[in-house]
Design a protein around this ligand. Structure first.
Ligand SMILES: Cc1ncc(COP(=O)(O)O)c(C=O)c1O
Length: 406
């Protein structure tokens, strides 16, 4: 099989697609041997016509499922009008997108970008500038406190404050200015605060660490500690936000507000990368023309898609689905044999596979054979279905998990 076959649109076998990826792409992922060609709602179909229930939803990038008709319609309409301008000019989707996103999230100002990591980088830069200009921290000495086991993305600055050796090894030298404390340990956070603290950056629920929900009251204590120390609270809601946990923002469960939130994944409606920092106007307002930017950030297509996502979230339907179906999911996971425990919130969970059971990779391959796609990292099975999933589809997937773990 040569690459020329792709030009003739002939059928290419799954193993050939995989061979092309192996030969021609960098090996920074180890995907399951499934080659997808089509998606609709909670279901995807591979090149041989086999259907699978998507029980991962692109790590929350597909909260509304594959090709949600409202989002596709908004994207298609925008494709027919205007797709890209650069930020040298205004366009007729930008201001509306920013206003609607601020209103949805109860914030005052929006900085659009593309990937989640870019939003986190932007928040880090804003916090530092705020510390120098507003808090009066001496230039070059601002500190940001983060949590162990965090996942905020893959840039050199972000991996500088990761505790995952695989994400960090041989990528140094690293960016200074970060302090790492154990997640959920308020005393450790208190000890780490100094007069140079610009911000505390946390995931309200740690996604990649295995859907780790912090101890009750912890996030409210973080908020108080930040207030007491004139320090910003940045909530990274790239994965936890936009209805995944049953509320628009995961922090809403705690009844507290962050000074800045980073959003991504689902904001792109499963169509294209859209991310943003949203937060207080006096914080984001420290940025002046030329100090920060992105060619593609806030482009017309992204804004039109983002606006369609916001319209879906404004109804509250997806938040409610996540709460109600999440309760069902959790009760079903609670019945499973062969698990050492599970945790999560809403339609988001991590199941710890007990010792002596099949390995993570074996579990995900066996699930794929049964028509369920999900991610298993080591002995941790990640469950994050699209929020359009039905109760019956959840049962289908949990039954498959039960069978595989038995
Ligand atoms: C909490 C959190 N922040 C940031 C990111 C990075 O997002 P992206 O992969 O779009 O750069 C992720 C990705 O998984 C994430 O889970």
């Amino acid at each position: 099989m040569t690459a020329d076959a792709t030009l003739s649109h002939g059928h290419i076998a799954a193993h050939d697609h995989i061979a092309f990826a192996e030969r021609w792409s960098a090996h920074n992922y180890h995907p399951l041997p499934v080659v997808l060609a089509h998606g609709e709602g909670a279901w995807v179909t591979d090149v041989d016509g086999r259907r699978y229930l998507d029980f991962l939803a692109g790590y929350s990038a597909l909260n509304f499922g594959h090709r949600h008709p409202d989002i596709v319609a908004a994207a298609t309409a925008q494709l027919d009008r205007l797709t890209l301008t650069g930020r040298a000019f205004h366009h007729d989707q930008f201001g509306l997108f920013c206003r609607e996103l601020a209103e949805l999230t109860g914030t005052e100002m929006v900085l659009p970008s593309n990937s989640g990591a870019e939003a986190v980088e932007s928040a880090v830069k804003i916090a530092r500038k705020w510390a120098y200009q507003v808090k009066g921290v001496p230039d070059g000495t601002a500190e940001i406190v983060v949590a162990g086991e965090n996942f905020h993305g893959r840039t050199t600055t972000i991996v500088s404050f990761s505790t995952d050796s695989v994400a960090r090894n041989e990528f140094g030298p690293f960016t200074p200015g970060f302090k790492i404390v154990p997640y959920g340990d308020i005393d450790a956070l208190r000890s780490a605060m100094t007069e140079n603290s610009a911000a505390v950056l946390l995931e309200p629920i740690q996604g990649e660490a295995g859907v780790v929900v912090p101890p009750k009251g912890y996030l409210a204590e973080v908020r108080q500690l930040c207030d007491d120390n004139n320090t910003l609270f940045i909530a990274d809601e790239v994965q936890s936000g936009l209805a995944r946990t049953g509320t628009t923002l995961a922090l809403d469960h705690e009844g507290i507000r962050a000074d800045m939130y980073t959003l991504g994944k689902a904001l792109g409606g499963g169509i294209l990368p859209v991310s943003a920092v949203v937060g207080r106007a006096d914080v984001l307002g420290v940025l002046k023309p030329g100090e920060h930017g992105s060619t593609f950030g806030g482009n017309p297509l992204a804004c039109a898609v983002g606006r369609a996502v916001i319209r879906l979230l404004e109804t509250g339907e997806f938040q409610e689905r996540s709460r109600e179906l999440g309760a069902h999911l959790h009760s079903r996971l609670g019945e499973l044999e062969g698990v050492a425990g599970f945790r999560g919130r809403g339609l988001w969970a991590s199941v710890q596979i007990a010792e002596g059971r099949p390995t993570g990779r074996q579990v995900s391959e066996a699930l794929a054979e049964r028509g369920v796609l999900c991610k298993v990292a080591e002995a941790n099975l990640r469950v994050a279905p699209p929020l359009v999933i039905t109760r019956e589809e959840i049962d289908f997937a949990v039954d498959a998990i039960a069978e595989v773990l038995r």
